[in-house]
Design a protein around this ligand. Structure first.
Ligand code: NAD
Length: 477
């Protein structure tokens, strides 16, 4: 199939292409060249998208649950049919290696398929001679899905299927860094769902705030940074628009002394460096017991030195560039701070002339050996390929360190003794704690953050219900 020119990608409003005069350039982080042009929506176009979504919603909600399930499955089929094309767009705009982008697209269709059979249960509160009382679930109306740039389609998985299954219509607002794959998705879905059920609008800078303060939305499902999440919540306050916020994290991994260095090191490496570390649930600080610290450090360094970093379209590349200049600068700022503080850089470091000459935003996996707990690289979310590897001796102390800070997204515990690991896991304050694995997500399992990592959950029945409101109907007998 011939490749589309990405400059022709259009927003989807009312089931058709919305014409835009203004466009903005999307940069390919592996080359610094243009990955494509995206439409820069006007406020009127946002109004149009909301109006068409509002118009479509009652008809969509009036379909039976089995009918909406069939639509979700048809969407998954259409996405599978275009998987290669969508993945190429993800790699071009986001940078991840093509196999990872293909897995991301497969995840979107998998989530649609696995969400489809979920139920919207009715609860019988009372059923006796006096009264029948039933609580049922109603859709909210129109949902805004605001997504970040690290998984432009993956982050949509947790929103699109559940919102639609519950009877809402959806307006997708991708990150201005990665709008292309969402635009193409909107085009693909035009032939699959009724007009207005799924819309896609793109823009720079101000569009996110327009969306989160627009009175026409009934729910904002937001994934992004904690700082923006706070803006979204205060913007939504004026209209009491419901929010789900999936925000930042600084996930700890705790490696207990009996964990086998050979068993855990490769898993820990990818926990930290997959997608160039740009995963909300990546291990962002790894605490290794002193008994095995040197062995684990040595293995992690070896893996870091062997791994292939480069353009995600090149076969064999395992880690792509940092996704955009803003994030690249954030990561390098943290790395420079570590250098200034005299931290022990075990491998990696600032990009050398050879890496810079490649033209992309490449940073080799960098491991910082046992920096002080107060270091910025330990305290702040790096969201990039720079990892602090910390040594500990006392389990109680390391649990306290894991729980310190404002975030509570995910955590992992590693040990040969599963009972000991589970006992540690129960003492950690985060939305998810994995034992002997990390970042495993399932369409049937809710995930979300505690504290400043968010409000609400996505996925599973609980995630589905976040796209509904309760209504109780009572019959006096
Ligand atoms: P970001 O907050 O900069 O942007 C996220 C989205 O919000 C983008 O679409 C952006 O255009 C939009 N936006 C910007 N200003 C807005 C406003 N005032 N109102 C509404 N929307 C606005 O985040 P990012 O840099 O794209 O993503 C990285 C961050 O996201 C990291 O902190 C990461 O931990 C977090 N994240 C969290 C999860 C999770 O599930 N908890 C998943 C992925 C990423």
């Amino acid at each position: 199939m011939p490749m589309r020119t990405t400059s022709a990608l259009t927003m989807t409003v009312a089931g058709t292409a919305a014409q835009t005069l203004a466009t903005f350039e999307v940069t390919d982080p592996a080359t610094g060249r243009t990955a494509g042009l995206a439409p820069d929506a006007t406020r009127e176009q946002l109004d149009d998208a909301v109006a068409s979504a509002r118009a479509a919603q009652p008809g969509w909600a009036a379909l039976s649950l089995p009918q909406r399930r069939t639509y979700l499955e048809a969407m998954a089929d259409a996405i599978d049919d275009s998987a290669g094309e969508l993945a190429e767009l993800v790699t071009a705009e986001q940078g991840k290696p093509l196999p990872l982008a293909l897995a991301e697209v497969a995840g979107l269709s998998l989530w649609l398929r696995r969400t489809a059979p979920l139920d919207l249960p009715e609860t019988v509160n009372q059923d006796d001679a006096e009264r029948l009382s039933v609580t049922r679930r109603l859709p909210l109306g129109v949902v805004a899905a605001i997504t970040p740039w690290n998984y432009p389609l993956g982050q949509l998985s947790f929103k699109l299927g559940p919102a639609l299954l519950a009877g809402n219509t959806v307006v997708i607002k991708p990150s201005g860094f990665t709008p292309l794959s969402s635009l193409r998705l909107g085009e693909i879905l035009r032939d699959v769902v009724p007009a207005g059920v799924v819309s896609v609008i793109t823009g720079r800078g101000g569009l996110g705030a327009w969306v989160s303060t627009h009175p026409g939305f009934d729910k904002i499902s937001f994934t992004g940074s904690t700082a923006t999440g706070r803006d979204v919540m205060s913007g939504a306050g004026a209209t009491l628009t419901r929010v789900t916020l999936e925000l930042g994290g600084n996930d700890p991994a705790i490696v207990l002394p009996d964990a086998g260095p050979d068993e855990v090191s490769e898993k820990l490496f990818w926990a930290a460096f997959s997608n160039a570390g740009q995963i909300c649930l990546a291990s962002k600080r790894i605490y290794v017991h002193a008994d095995i610290y040197e062995q684990v450090a040595e293995r992690l360094v070896r893996l870091a030195d062997q791994v292939s970093v480069g353009d995600g379209r090149t076969e064999g590349v395992q880690i792509g560039p940092v996704s955009n200049r803003r994030q690249y600068d954030t990561v390098l700022d943290l790395l420079r701070d570590s250098l200034e503080q005299g931290h022990d850089i075990l491998t990696g470091g600032l990009p050398g002339p050879e890496l810079i000459a490649q033209g992309g935003l490449f940073i080799r996996p960098t491991i910082i050996g046992n920096p002080p707990e107060s270091a910025r690289i330990v305290q702040e979310e790096q969201f990039g390929p720079v990892l602090p590897l910390l040594r500990y001796t006392d389990v109680d102390e390391v649990i306290a360190l894991a729980n310190a800070g404002e975030y509570g997204l995910g955590a992992s515990v590693w040990s040969a003794d599963t009972d000991a690991a589970l006992a540690v896991a129960r003492r950690i304050t985060s939305g998810t704690v994995w034992v002997n694995e990390v970042m495993h997500l399932s369409p049937l399992v809710p995930f979300g953050g505690l504290g400043q990592s968010g409000i609400g959950v996505e996925s599973g029945s609980a995630g589905l219900l976040e796209f509904t409101e309760r209504q109780t109907i009572t019959l006096k007998r």
